[in-house]
Design a protein around this ligand. Structure first.
Ligand SMILES: C[S@@+](CC[C@H](N)C(=O)[O-])C[C@H]1O[C@@H](n2cnc3c(N)ncnc32)[C@H](O)[C@@H]1O
Length: 243
């Protein structure tokens, strides 16, 4: 297991950013993505062929939407890890309302960069909207892969940027003007998220273009990597298998 990561500006910002979001997170996320983000999450879950006897790790679980969908679709058990106590409080509220989920999902506070688990402890792994918040995506991918059994499926969702120029221009207008404006209608916290997301997504792909990201998966010990662009490229679902 790795040493806990230092508290860098990027990591502190991620903790602050999500502190005020859990209450309206599920509905606001769907609305601000024009209903697309639930589709991306469903594609992610469909890419994880788990069964009732499997133990799956869901990293950056937030309020647990992926964890809940995994349980409902496959009957597996999920360890749901996030670094934000506030987002995990949202997950605990979900579990309090649903005995099946409460029995199958275990919330854990922790950091993706230093997972508190033994090597090959899980049959499968999912993570959503995580890599933009870590300082070293390559090292984090190695740490994520470490805890998955050989042959185990690994899948992720991240925002993307439409590759076609006209759609890219429309995406830029939406993320720079539409998102902050709509966020402002919800709350100050959502306004901050709305202003942050566009530059965060573009900055990430400047640092790690999509083909490079797929190569980092391979270098982390994940084979058979498939990249699926959805919603004209605004969403990216990646899946592979632990070698
Ligand atoms: C946009 S939310 C995604 C939540 C959820 N997976 C979903 O599908 O909506 C990103 C989550 O990543 C968590 N996060 C960010 N950096 C993290 C890290 N280094 N380790 C663990 N969780 C992290 C945040 O606390 C937040 O809950």
């Amino acid at each position: 297991m790795s040493a806990p990561p230092a508290s860098t500006p990027r990591k502190r910002h991620a903790l602050e950013l999500f502190a005020g979001l859990p209450r309206h997170y599920d509905r606001a996320g769907a609305a601000l993505s024009f209903g697309q983000d639930p589709r991306w999450r469903a594609a992610l879950v469909a890419a994880v062929p788990a069964g009732p006897s499997d133990r799956v790790l869901d990293v950056a679980t937030g309020t647990g939407m992926v964890a809940a969908a995994l349980v409902r679709r496959t009957g597996c058990r999920v360890v749901a890890l996030d670094q934000s106590p506030d987002m995990l409080a949202g997950l605990r509220a979900r579990l309090a309302d649903d005995p099946l989920l409460a029995e199958r999902i275990e919330p854990v506070t922790g950091q993706a960069e230093a997972l508190p688990f033994a090597d090959a402890a899980f049959g499968a792994l999912t993570f959503t909207y995580l890599l933009r918040y870590v300082d070293d995506p390559a090292a984090t991918l190695r740490e994520l892969a470490r805890v998955v059994k050989p042959g185990g499926p690994i899948a992720m969702v991240e925002f993307g940027m439409p590759p076609r120029p006209l759609l890219r221009a429309a995406w830029r207008i939406w993320t720079r003007i539409g998102l902050p404006g709509c966020g402002r209608l919800l709350s100050r916290d959502w306004q901050e998220v709305g202003s942050f997301l566009g530059p965060s997504i573009e900055g990430f792909y400047e640092r790690v273009p999509l083909p490079r990201l797929a190569a980092l998966w391979e270098e982390a010990g994940i084979g058979d990597v498939r990249v699926r662009r959805m919603s004209f490229g605004a969403g990216v679902v990646m899946a592979g298998t632990r070698r």
